[in-house]
Design a protein around this ligand. Structure first.
Ligand code: GSH
Length: 210
């Protein structure tokens, strides 16, 4: 069975959401997010740079949340939540999947890191990262002007991945989103698997506190 090593509120949410949407069985192993734990040899053996999440499937261990999503899709989704490789939308499926982590979530992650490591004296860096994340939201607003989901009428894992990052944007940069993005975010997070993922994430927090 898939095991997702997850700290509440972090990128493992993406993989949990995909599993919930596909009804793929998985279990969550709560991970203490404290820097001291992530620096231990035990955790570094799972993730060599001390980040979360990690996922195992039998004796396979991997890091990188979007790679995990893709692994679940390719192994267990039977064609759901992604276009086939010969579909006209496939290139843009890849584009938005990579954009979600490499371009959109990255400046958001830097805001968290700079606040934690350097406190307020690096306000300029935080402002720059907010501006980069906001440019991504602008790109999404333009893209969503003429469609229901990123690839048109069909929801894919790219939508879940982007909307995971959007949660961070709303928390860290701005609650108010441009109209097209707001409607899109509301639509994607209204699917029942989103609430199940939120509950699974919250339960992970409770298990860590117990
Ligand atoms: N690209 C990686 C990023 C992983 C990442 O930055 N995870 C965050 C939590 S969401 C983390 O562990 N941050 C701790 C740190 O960077 O020190 C992924 O998608 O898995």
């Amino acid at each position: 069975m898939l095991k997702i090593f997850h700290s509440p509120g972090t990128r493992g949410f993406r993989v949990i959401w995909v599993c919930e949407e596909l009804s793929v069985p998985y279990e969550i192993e709560p991970v203490n997010f404290a820097a001291e734990y992530r620096a231990t040899p035990e955790w570094r053996a799972m993730n060599p740079v001390g980040k979360v999440p990690v996922m195992t499937d039998g004796d396979m261990t991997m890091f990188e949340s979007c790679a995990m999503m893709q692994y679940v899709l390719d192994r267990y989704a039977d064609g759901q939540l992604q276009p086939s490789k010969d579909d006209a939308t496939y290139a843009h499926y890849l584009q938005w999947c990579w954009f979600a982590e490499s371009t959109f979530a990255r400046p958001l992650g830097e805001i968290v890191n700079h606040r934690r490591e350097f406190k307020p004296e690096l306000d300029d860096v935080v402002a720059e990262m907010k501006s980069r994340a906001t440019a991504c939201v602008g790109a999404l607003d333009a893209a969503m002007a003429d469609r229901s989901f990123l690839l048109g009428d069909t929801m894919t894992a790219a939508d879940l991945s982007i909307c995971y990052a959007m949660r961070g944007y709303r928390r860290m940069v701005s609650e108010s989103l441009p109209a097209n993005v707001q409607a899109y975010f509301d639509k994607v997070t209204a699917i029942p698997s989103y609430e199940r993922a939120v509950q699974a994430d919250a339960k992970t927090g409770e298990r860590l506190k117990a």
